[in-house]
Design a protein around this ligand. Sequence first.
Ligand SMILES: [Zn+2]
Length: 324
Amino acid sequence: MAYMSTHTYARCTVCGQTLSRTLEFKNRYYCDVHYGLFYQNTRPLWRASILTFGFLVAALLGFAIGNQLAPERFRDTVQSGTGIFIAILPALIWIISLYRIGAQTQFQLSPLPITIFVLGALLSAAVTRPFLYNIVNLDIWIGSTTASNRLMGNILLNGFTHTFTLYAIIRYIAWDSPAFMRRTDGVMFALAASWGYASLINILYVIDLGEITLLNGSLRLITQLCIFLTTGLILGYFIGRNRFEDAPVYHLSVGLIMAATVNGFMLYASSALNSTSLSLTQSGFSPWPGLALSMGGLALTFSTVRGLMQRQNALTQAKLEQIA
Ligand SMILES: [Zn+2]
């Protein structure tokens, strides 16, 4: 409800300026400028994301065809330099097209997604990786335990560590920033963090191995990427909603738990599905089932989050117009 208030101490949720005239929506106060903005759509976000997902599908077809046609030595050995290029390229395409589309459509974007992207990459290398692999020794434990333990370990250790790191970046860098002025900005920031975070996981994977195979290696990079983008989308949805309305206290916790569970489950399932049983006595490896799961999960989550956000925004707009 919008009303004139006598609160002289109320501050705008977005820019923090002290308000003499208070506009309110679900217990959050706004100045005149930001009251009309929070339910607007961050248009370049959806377009840049669809463009980059299209590129991922095209790259996938390229790797599959290349694997059929390329001479054996190219199929078996992709040098680490090329591998690193494959690992970072999708993220660069996303971030460059985000700003290009923004410039073309005269939609002003702050530099904050770039900062968050870089921080995501740094924390992935400097915090979660040493924690999970040098302190907890998760990879060694996961390699030698039962399937149900692997699932639980992936959710409770991998999923929660990754998700809380991504959440912490946005909570401490973006939450109080005046650049966070729309619900959909929450999704943009969470995706920016996830792109940086996942790209660095992939780069370190390539560096660890020294070289990757053309098909299996590249498909693994795309699988990991899709899992972290799915996590980012879920997280971004809950962060975007919570910043602009007084939700019940459990609302954000539910979002975090959901994002962490999906992350851990997809990490577990994509790897379990790839170890296919060919027959009773033979087992083999195929990179396709895990990739299908993670790409399908990403596509489903993207359309759900986009649909929910647009519906919420339309409802809010209708409500505010009714009041005005
Ligand atoms: Zn304001």
